[in-house]
Write a protein that binds this ligand. Structure first.
Ligand code: ARG
Length: 232
């Protein structure tokens, strides 16, 4: 969905609509300082990146609120941002619907769906022309923190992060998927992760790391509130 940057608009990051006027994404997507709001466009209902799709709509971002503690506990910590969609907001229909916030934190062992227009391999320098999705299992923290997995890297796996992926490699998010959803289904779709970082893409024993949305529900709600918005 989300797009950004420069005067010619290029795909930049993913995002997830959580209310008519609220989109959730990654804070690192808005890293360039100063952030120029007029360089950001939000594409909702997008499917084919370079073509006009029937249900596609463009919006301006009225405000971007990165988490106030982004990078506080390591380069990838608190990697989450709330974006206020311009005035009219998103109209929901058969192709565009908001995703629910998670009602519980523990998803270990569940298979969830990551989606986006990111690279289809670490070495390709092209965004996917059509939205792609992959099923990945959520790992428990102990597994993710193992020395042989992501235990030895400079960013420690915080409780506010979630790892998902297949340890033998081959399935993962990649560059350009950042900010996009890790969505898990049980009765309804819930947003459990925001694509945040990885060590390469789809490598063996290098699962993708996501911002654990359940750790930020209170922050998201109070931010929504301060923007005059409500999440159901
Ligand atoms: N940081 C990347 C981006 O800006 C996404 C990283 C996700 N990587 C991964 N291997 N799961 O698009």
């Amino acid at each position: 969905m989300l797009d950004a940057d420069r005067l010619t608009f290029e795909h930049h990051c993913g995002g997830a609509v959580i209310a008519e006027r609220l989109v959730l994404s990654a804070a690192h997507c808005f890293d360039k300082q100063p952030l120029q709001l007029d360089h950001v466009r939000l594409l909702v209902g997008e499917h084919r990146l370079k073509m006009q799709d029937k249900h596609e709509n463009r919006f301006l971002a009225e405000k971007v609120v990165p988490h106030p503690e982004f990078r506080k506990n390591g380069p990838h910590s608190n990697d989450i941002a709330v974006i206020l969609v311009s005035r009219s907001g998103v109209q929901f229909n058969s192709h565009v619907r908001p995703i629910c916030l998670p009602d519980k934190a523990d998803t270990a062992g569940r298979w969830c769906a990551v989606s986006g227009w990111g690279y289809q391999a670490e070495a390709t320098e092209n965004f996917a022309p059509v939205l792609r999705a992959a099923a990945v299992p959520v790992l428990d923290q102990t597994t993710c923190r193992k020395e042989k997995v992501l235990g030895g890297c400079q960013q420690t796996i915080l409780d506010s992060m979630l790892c998902a992926g297949i340890l033998s490699g081959g399935v993962d998010a990649c560059k350009g998927d950042s900010g996009g959803p890790l969505a898990c289904y049980s009765n309804r779709w819930q947003l459990h992760g925001v694509v945040s970082w990885g060590s390469g893409c789809a490598r063996r024993a290098r699962p993708g790391v996501y911002t654990r949305v359940a750790s930020y529900v209170d922050w998201i709600k109070s931010t929504a509130n301060s923007l005059g918005q409500r999440i159901y």
